[in-house]
Design a protein around this ligand. Structure first.
Ligand SMILES: Cc1cc2nc3c(=O)[nH]c(=O)nc-3n(C[C@H](O)[C@H](O)[C@H](O)COP(=O)(O)OP(=O)(O)OC[C@H]3O[C@@H](n4cnc5c(N)ncnc54)[C@H](O)[C@@H]3O)c2cc1C
Length: 454
């Protein structure tokens, strides 16, 4: 009997999973393993929303494996130590895992390979499991990665991704391997009250609904804050309960302008992953320094975190984040621009807060989107500033998004909700909502001077 280990990481699914497939095909029996990593916890990266969503994902994966005759084996501790111990116990020769892009993941992978090889075992790292194309699969002539999205997308579009794989019919787990304990969502405290449910089944249900009744309108409606007309699949892509490759295949099969726009957006994920793979330090340091002398303004940063900046559309977005552990992309853009440009506070302050709450929060997409917004990343117009009032007029013209998330303003009708400071006497006096923390003109002037363009 030969035995392999399928080490699940950000690929918590049975459909279209090259790691699971290779592990099953390469041995008579397979241990499907997930390790709750102590290092992730020590780094504070296991925020409650992601921990709760992960618990759903592991329960759903266990169920899918049981339907196929197997089960999920769970361990806690140091991933390298736990995998090696289990490999020895189960006499597994081969360990399969998905490639990942962060510096943390690279170091873990190197350690795992060394330890396994010193014990006569082999690590197989599979590309294009968590992204459509592997980082480095398309590169410009003169560099190791693309630094601008549009040329990346043009090349990315011309490469056919691998064919999606079906789910395995049968999973044979060796006898005598202790299962370990699945974490329970109910045991996690501090979870956002409106957090979505995780798991492959839920992800597939959402994706099917999105394809039949959502994607067609995506191109026209993706920026409509109140319309909430994006896929909300980001947590499923983050945890790998959906395969990005399968998403792209099926969206292309569906076709149309909405599906094209959706695929382009999924490409942004690959884009940021290939940047981080080539420049892991961009998780912490400016990708392109603008020599910023960021302000430290704890009071303003707290107002921003709490959704009390006095700019209703920014505050609505921040409160959506707190309530759902998720925020509309347009909200992320304008809340990010407000912090880094209008308040001129370091993007890392914002990125940290987002990582504490976002259920889809990850190193590649969060840190590099923050850098994009701050103008220290890959945006070709680094000094653009999103004016929250102009943005509100365009993307929440009737004010419905603000009324949904800022109850203090629920009785203010129409677009007037975006400028409560303009309300007349008694109307204003009756509302417990702060005045703006800073004037937009003042913020803009300060930022442009700091960047040396005024
Ligand atoms: C400051 C800031 C921080 C962000 N942090 C994260 C994060 O931690 N994790 C994350 O997944 N996304 C992040 N994004 C990107 C984007 O906002 C979310 O992916 C998107 O809002 C998720 O909603 P959706 O699934 O409905 O997206 P849809 O509009 O339906 O798009 C489909 C998929 O494409 C991908 N995608 C869309 N836009 C982007 C983008 N700009 N960058 C990378 N991938 C994208 C996502 O995987 C998304 O699920 C951030 C954006 C900003 C401006």
């Amino acid at each position: 009997m030969t035995v392999s280990i399928a080490l699940f990481t950000a690929d918590l699914r049975v459909h279209d999973n090259p790691v699971l497939r290779a592990a099953l095909d390469g041995a008579d029996e397979t241990v499907p393993l997930f390790v709750l990593d102590d290092a992730v916890r020590a780094a504070g990266f296991d925020a409650p929303n992601r921990r709760a969503f992960l618990a759903d994902c592991l329960a759903s994966l266990d169920e899918a494996l049981r339907e196929r005759g197997g089960r999920l084996v769970v361990r806690r501790g140091d991933v390298v130590g736990e995998v090696c111990r289990l490999a020895r116990q189960a006499e597994a020769r081969d360990v399969h895992v998905a490639a990942d892009v962060s510096g943390f993941a690279h170091r873990r992978e190197d350690r795992l390979r060394t330890e396994l090889e010193s014990d006569g075992r082999r690590l197989h790292v599979h590309d294009a499991v968590t992204t459509v194309l592997a980082p480095g699969e398309v590169v410009p002539a003169d560099r190791d990665h693309f630094a601008v999205f549009t040329p990346y997308f043009r090349r990315w579009e011309t490469v056919a991704p691998r064919r999606p794989l079906g789910a395995p019919r049968r999973v044979r787990v060796p006898d005598g391997v202790r299962e370990g304990e699945l974490p329970a969502r109910s045991a996690v405290s501090g979870v956002s009250p409106g957090l979505a449910r995780g798991g492959e089944q839920e992800g597939r249900r959402r994706f099917a609904a999105w394809l039949s009744d959502g994607v067609d309108a995506y191109e026209d409606r993706h920026d409509d804050l109140a319309g909430d007309a994006t896929s909300r699949l980001s947590p499923h892509l983050h945890f790998g309960t959906l395969s990005p490759t399968e998403l792209v295949h099926r969206a292309r099969e569906r076709g149309g302008a909405g599906a094209d726009a959706f695929v382009r957006q999924v490409c942004w994920r690959d884009f940021h992953h290939q940047v981080l793979a080539a420049r892991p330090q961009a998780a912490r340091e400016d990708y392109r320094t603008r020599h910023d002398g960021w302000r430290r303004d704890d009071e303003a940063a707290d107002a921003w975190r709490e959704g009390r900046t006095g700019y209703p559309v920014v505050d609505a977005a921040m409160r959506q984040l707190a309530h759902e552990g998720w925020m509309h992309n347009r909200g992320r853009l304008l809340a990010g621009s407000f912090l880094t440009k209008t308040l001129y506070v370091d993007w890392r302050v914002g990125a940290r807060h987002f990582l504490e709450l976002l259920v889809d929060g990850d190193m590649a997409n969060n840190q590099l989107n923050w850098q994009w917004v701050a103008g220290t990343g890959t945006d070709t117009r680094p000094n653009r500033v999103l004016n929250p009032l102009t943005q509100a007029k365009r993307f929440d013209p009737d004010g419905a998004y603000v009324r949904r998330w800022v109850p203090e303003l629920a009785d203010v009708e129409g677009g007037a909700v975006h400028t409560p400071w303009k309300l007349a006497g008694l109307d204003r006096a009756g509302i417990d909502y702060p005045d703006p923390v800073v004037g937009l003109g003042e913020g803009l002037d300060r930022f442009l001077r700091a960047r040396g363009v005024r």
